[in-house]
Design a protein around this ligand. Structure first.
Ligand code: PHB
Length: 389
């Protein structure tokens, strides 16, 4: 009995998944976002969804003659929940496109997107391998490698010879560490310690002590955006490390624009390699920051918000190119090679890897108009993910 109903159930699901493309003929195009709105990385989803909603507010909800409907689902920062929600979105809601969040969630959703041929935009994940997990995946976020490779080279060329690494212990942290270590040691630097801090409810204090005891010139730190940068900065300062002469460096996450205003003057001068600063000097970005603040009670947009904003851009542009046809392969092909000016600067989708190509900026924390910002002082143009070059 049990076995029979299981078989029937599976067949029914498979049938509906195979028929997901039938929604194509309809006049409404449904975009399902699976994002972390609560749980450990709640502040991540908040920024991404705000970016996506702003794009729709600015560009309207009709593309290629079809109405766009955005459906936001909260994965609660749990991959199993995300998988179930994605399944429901595909089978019950018959979404035409997915907007996917953090790395473990993207890994969980990949087989579903592939099987149902649902084009899916990766709006958060920063690990290299994610886009390889499904031919339906196209990334508008970033990779840690893009930033860590630039940071490693800059550090070695700017008087930092010995570095201790502190990383959040999950896939993006491992990648930030591996790519930084490679580029920094290749340029002549030495790693004194690599320390891994739990992702959930991290206490950095003991790790900071051990890292400092290894007497480095610099400390390369990866913590995920969404509140942890603020916690890290507080503990760094509490232990007096801001006065130790050890230079704090990292990918843009460690001076997250969402947390930066609350970090205090102790972080003035911190240099990071990132792809977006709220103070990026362009007309497009000034308008973006103003509109995001206006729509979200004064919230400053951070690097995560762009994955949602630009994610909607690639979906809109692809629909224009396909004339509203949401066939997975047609949509993904239409996204390949897209080039546009984002609030972060010029970006494109690499047609071979489906991954984002973008400028990486070296930035220094400065006070501008009484508030802390990451001021960009050098640009490495058109950086591809170093793990796929
Ligand atoms: C990821 O899911 O890969 C991720 C999330 C937040 C970050 C960086 C990477 O700040």
């Amino acid at each position: 009995m049990l076995r029979r109903s299981f078989v029937v159930g599976t067949a029914a699901v498979a049938g509906v998944i195979a028929g997901a493309g039938a929604a194509q003929a309809q006049d409404t195009i449904k975009i399902g976002l699976v994002q972390s709105m609560t749980g450990g990385l709640a502040a991540v989803g908040k920024q991404v969804v705000a970016g996506a909603r702003l794009y729709m507010q600015e560009h309207g909800d009709t593309v290629a003659g079809k109405k766009i409907q955005l459906i936001v689902k909260d994965d609660t920062t749990v991959p199993d929940v995300a998988r179930r929600l994605a399944q429901e979105l595909i089978v019950n809601e018959k979404v035409n496109v997915l907007g996917v969040g953090i790395t473990p969630v993207a890994m969980a959703i990949a087989p579903l997107a592939t099987q149902a041929k649902v084009p899916s935009v990766i709006m958060v994940s920063g690990t290299s391998i994610v886009v390889d997990r499904s031919p339906m995946f196209v990334r508008t976020s970033f990779t840690l490698g893009q930033q860590a490779s630039v940071m490693g080279e800059w550090a070695a060329k700017n008087g930092i010879k010995k570095v201790a690494i502190i990383q959040s212990d999950w896939a993006p942290g491992a990648e930030a560490t591996a790519v930084f270590t490679e580029s920094f040691t290749k340029a002549g630097g030495t790693i004194t310690e690599t320390l891994k801090v739990p992702l959930a409810n991290p206490d950095f204090a003991p790790f900071l002590q051990r890292a400092a005891d290894s007497k480095p010139d610099g400390m390369f730190v990866f913590v995920p955006g969404g509140g942890q940068a603020g916690t890290f900065a507080r503990q760094f300062i509490e232990r007096g490390l801001d006065k130790s002469g050890i230079k704090l460096i990292g990918p843009g996450d460690v001076t997250d624009d969402d947390d930066l205003p609350g970090m205090g003057d102790a972080v003035l001068g911190v240099v990071t390699a990132g792809f977006y600063s709220a103070s990026h000097d362009s007309a497009k970005n000034k308008a973006y920051v103003a509109a995001m603040k206006k729509a979200n009670n004064g919230m400053r947009p951070n690097f995560l918000s762009l994955g949602g904003y630009d994610g909607m851009h690639v979906i809109y542009e692809a629909l224009k190119k396909t004339g509203g046809n949401t066939d997975g392969e047609a949509m993904v092909n239409a996204m390949k090679g897209l080039k546009w000016e984002s609030p972060r600067g010029p970006v494109s989708i690499d047609p071979d890897t489906r991954d984002i190509v973008q400028n990486i900026y070296l930035r220094r924390v400065e006070k501008v108009g009484g508030e802390l910002y990451n001021t960009e002082f050098a640009t490495v143009p058109d950086v591809k993910d170093p793990r796929k070059r």
